[in-house]
Design a protein around this ligand. Structure first.
Ligand code: SF4
Length: 263
């Protein structure tokens, strides 16, 4: 095993900046092989990644954190991804149903501390069960979503999951993103057409007004104290984060010490 830290990826990140999402996808498949999966919340950006992989013939598994309190439209989108894109979706579930959790701990999502606990139990912990299974996860964060996502690196070290996050859509701006959705008739969660710019659990997501920030509908009831969930922590990709440990051969290839790929 060998250590890999965020600063090691600086040069590679710079070279990937000029690549298209599809080129980054192909690079990731050649680099990580079967140790690569897609992480999708069944929002439109995740569907773009799934469509791109399916169209390219990359039968990658899709990890979906099913908190048990998603909108029915989100679950229908998941089922369409399986049916129409031929991808396997692996649903990651919390240990308790929301009913069991509420009976034991109360309605957590109504307070700031409770929200953190609820997101930890229903999102972070289920995802952490995948630790060690994959060296890289393809995500769908886009810088044009603003706020803390505006500085998303293409490759980010995910210390808790001990893997590399590959944000292949990081520099996919709104215009080409919308064009891709339309041109390929990508499966889109119907809630996006009902004013939901981003979509999470039904308890903590509302539509947004046209002049609001895209993420204003997430944890709106908590006001400015709303925190990000644990699936896409905002501190990923910080240069001073602790390193991860990956197979030495993979680290050599990532850092160009052993070149058997082309980008
Ligand atoms: S988004 Fe809301 S309901 Fe979903 S896990 Fe977080 S606090 Fe709980």
């Amino acid at each position: 095993m060998a250590a890999l830290k965020q600063s090691d990826l600086t040069g590679l990140n710079e070279s990937l900046e000029s690549r298209s999402p599809r080129e980054i996808l192909d690079w990731a498949v050649s680099m990580f092989g079967k140790r690569l999966a897609i992480l999708s919340a069944m929002q439109q950006a995740g569907s773009v990644v799934c469509h791109m992989a399916s169209k390219a013939g990359h039968k990658l598994p899709v990890l979906f954190v099913d908190t048990g309190v998603h909108f029915p439209e989100t679950l229908e989108t998941r089922d369409r991804i399986v049916r129409e894109y031929g991808l396997e979706v692996i649903s990651l579930t919390p240990d308790q149903t929301m009913e069991q959790q509420t009976a034991e701990l109360g309605i957590l999502y109504l307070t700031v501390d409770g929200q953190l606990k609820c997101c930890d139990l229903r999102k972070t912990q289920p995802l952490l069960k995948m630790r060690g299974q994959y060296d890289a996860l393809l995500g769908s964060l886009r810088r044009s979503d603003g706020e803390r996502r505006s500085k998303t690196p293409i490759l980010a070290i995910d210390r808790p999951l001990n893997c590399v996050r590959v944000n292949l859509l990081a520099n996919f701006d709104d215009e080409p993103f919308r064009a891709y959705l339309a041109e390929h008739k990508v499966i889109v969660n119907p809630l996006h057409h009902q004013g939901y710019s981003t979509i999470g659990c039904s308890r903590c997501t509302t539509p947004v007004l046209p002049d609001e920030p895209k993420r204003a509908g997430r944890w709106r009831h908590l006001g400015p104290w709303a925190m990000y969930c644990g699936i896409n922590p905002s501190d990923m990709g910080r240069p001073d984060n602790d390193p991860i440990e990956l197979d030495s051969d993979l680290v050599d290839r990532l850092l160009g010490r052993k070149v058997d790929f082309a980008i």
